[in-house]
Design a protein around this ligand. Sequence first.
Ligand code: FES
Length: 428
Amino acid sequence: MTAHRPYIIDDDETQVFRLNREVLVSDEVSRLETERIFQTCWIYVGHASELPQPGDFRTRIVAGRPLIFCRSQAGEVRAFFNTCRHRGAIVCRERAGNARRFNCLYHGWSYGSDGSLAQVPGANGYPASFDKDEFGLISPPRFESYRDFWFMCLDEKAPALLDYLAGATDYIDLVVDQSPSGRMEIIHGTQEYDIAANWKLLVENSVDDYHLPSTHATWLNFMANSGVNVKPLTNEGLVLPAKGGAVDLGNGHFTTDNVNYRGRPVANWIPLYGEDSKQEIGEIRSELTARLGEARASRVADTNRNLVIFPNLVINDGSSVTVRTFSPVGPARMHVTAWALGPAEESESARARRLDSFLTFYGPGGFATPDDVEALEMVQRGLANWRDDPWSEMSRGMGKPQEDQLNSDEHHLRVFWRRWNDLMERAQ
Ligand code: FES
């Protein structure tokens, strides 16, 4: 990465922002990201609701590390590196389940749900210097939560999670406020798919409302045909020119924040959801208003927010709530995992509408995701020309004050890239 440095051109005076396309194709950049981004930032692990009972566990790859995310018999949410202290084998091979012990297949060492080494076959064959207490499963250096969203950090000197999240906590609060008891839960079932594109392209795509009318014309037509009036929401072919519709939340986090023209199948009725849902949606909205007051209820239900928590967690809070995270598999491939989130006490009918909305738009076979995947893979294929055409243009909306930024501008994309650039440059 010496031929085309810098990674970005960011010139306030001339209002030019460009991205060096090499950062989307380079093996070397991908390797550097592992140490400068994924080993220094707080990375999302999972939601406490995925572990309702003592002994429940999930295994997943986080920041490139195989992890066990579990609830101990004492009820504590824990995380362990999924590697045997004996010779390194994966200790827990199942994706999810409930267990009192994690048993290593290879030589049979077994660990308690608190990570302690419980049993060693033939323990008397070891010398006196061998101390079982020194061989419990190892936890990530930092493991903290905010409102049931658990993150780990591989840098023990990192700031506390709460400080790291900065202004993003306000937007997590808007999600959690949707539950009368403050208990949101991951709904059973996981979407998983790969995209043959660099992971950072999905960061951009998750909040890039500039692409909506062109990439998602089919969906907009579907909405219009379902009785949703999308016309007033367009401006010279651009959807949603909401003032202040893209917000910098600090530390590289950002969100779109705009009028919720899609409605919410549980709190903001539009014709798409059908007459028979009108009464229940009205009742849910009344509960929100009684509990939170008119202004806060409107804030929760009448705006649509796609939140990015740097570097790789997206919470789409709109017609459904989607929690989505994605990891690089080299420079030109990513693995995506997504879940639907909803209030724990939600009725069966509200839950069914939520899931329908989740699948209709964000599902791997929905209106949005296949088109987005195609767009991102087209970009990645085009980037094979990066040496001949090395810069991506990203100055839309540059120079305008924050309150005038539109969600169809590229202000929030620049927030991401500036933070990414700071971290990649800082360590050198
Ligand atoms: S590698 Fe696990 S018991 Fe040997």
